[in-house]
Design a protein around this ligand. Structure first.
Ligand code: CP
Length: 308
């Protein structure tokens, strides 16, 4: 039985094959409409979510399966003190596969240790968000036609943004990927990512606080929100929250074939006047997330042979 806890749990070849499966699902959805008949997905969310939870639920419903779960710790027996280990043992009696989001880093990994069903990390603290990474990779591949030979700008909260950490981990496995890491000094990427991932893989990158002057170099601009819920101090959040605001004026510095991604939710970091720009693909990204989660469910339940 396999789980998806870290973006590196699948090899590069397995990721490529998942993205191909996601593309086939997108183009031939009828073929997949009953593959999960009789199967159940549990969504155990100890932290707020709109996209990830509903995207998983939509994915399972599209495959003919059913869904159950809870959307906050307060509405589950975690509020009475139940551990993640006990909860997943219980969920294993109710469902065939489980997506779990938790504020504590490593909680999905603990769940996987005690689970009888495949566990998917739907976001753990400031650590990882591997299914957002699959979504981001599918978006880049569909829009640019490749994952090699790209320069990716990551802008905003690179310290607490788990989607940034997961995406860097995944992209360093492709050829000639360069990063321009744009953030305030206090929100730079964690040290371990710089040393153990970027430096260890001889990846070309720069760290800067300048967005405009780097726009013309980018194939992808990955905007992120400043993660209020991870700050110890509200004053620091207020001081940093509007460090970067992408608007149509700044988009004039970008190439015609550059695409803007954002894992969402957006707060102020992308002005709504960018939404109508053909290079703004963050709502397409949400749709790709459903297809790639369908692919992931099929893969972890080993149901691809059932596709006619
Ligand atoms: N991108 C993402 O994780 O969004 P949600 O927090 O709404 O799930």
């Amino acid at each position: 039985m396999r789980h998806l806890i870290s973006p590196l749990d699948f090899t590069k070849e397995e990721i490529d094959s998942l993205l191909n499966l996601g593309a086939d699902i997108m183009n031939n959805s009828d073929k997949y409409a009953h593959v999960c008949d009789g199967k159940k997905l549990a969504t155990c969310f100890y932290e707020p979510s709109t996209r990830t939870r509903l995207s998983f639920e939509s994915a399972m419903l599209n495959l003919g399966g059913k869904v159950l779960g809870f959307s906050s710790a307060q509405s589950s027996s975690a509020a009475k003190g139940e551990s993640v280990a006990d909860t997943i043992r219980v969920i294993s009696c109710f469902a065939d596969i489980c997506a779990i989001r938790h504020p504590k880093e490593g909680a999905p990994s603990v769940a996987a240790m005690f689970s009888k069903i495949p566990v998917i990390n739907a976001g753990d603290g400031g650590h990882n968000h591997p299914t957002q990474t699959l979504t981001d990779l599918m978006t880049i591949k569909e829009k640019k036609g490749r994952l090699d030979n790209i320069t990716v700008g990551m802008c905003g909260d690179l310290k607490f943004g788990r989607t940034v950490h997961s995406l860097i981990n995944a992209l360093v496995r492709y050829e000639n990927v360069k990063f321009i890491l744009i953030s305030p000094e206090e929100l730079k990427i964690p040290d371990y990512l710089r040393k153990e991932v970027l430096d260890a893989n001889n990846i070309e990158y720069i760290e800067t606080s300048e967005l405009e002057e780097n726009m013309h170099k980018l194939d992808i601009l990955y905007m992120t929100r400043v993660q209020r819920e991870r700050f110890f101090n509200e004053e620091d959040y207020i001081r940093l929250k509007d460090s970067f605001i992408l608007d149509e004026k700044k988009m004039q510095y970008a190439r015609d074939d550059m695409f803007v991604l954002h894992p969402l939710p957006r707060v102020n970091e992308i002005s709504v006047d960018v939404d109508n720009d053909k290079r703004a693909v963050y709502f397409d990204q949400v749709q790709y997330g459903v297809y790639v989660r369908m692919a992931l469910i099929l893969r972890l339940l080993e149901l691809e042979d059932k596709v006619k």
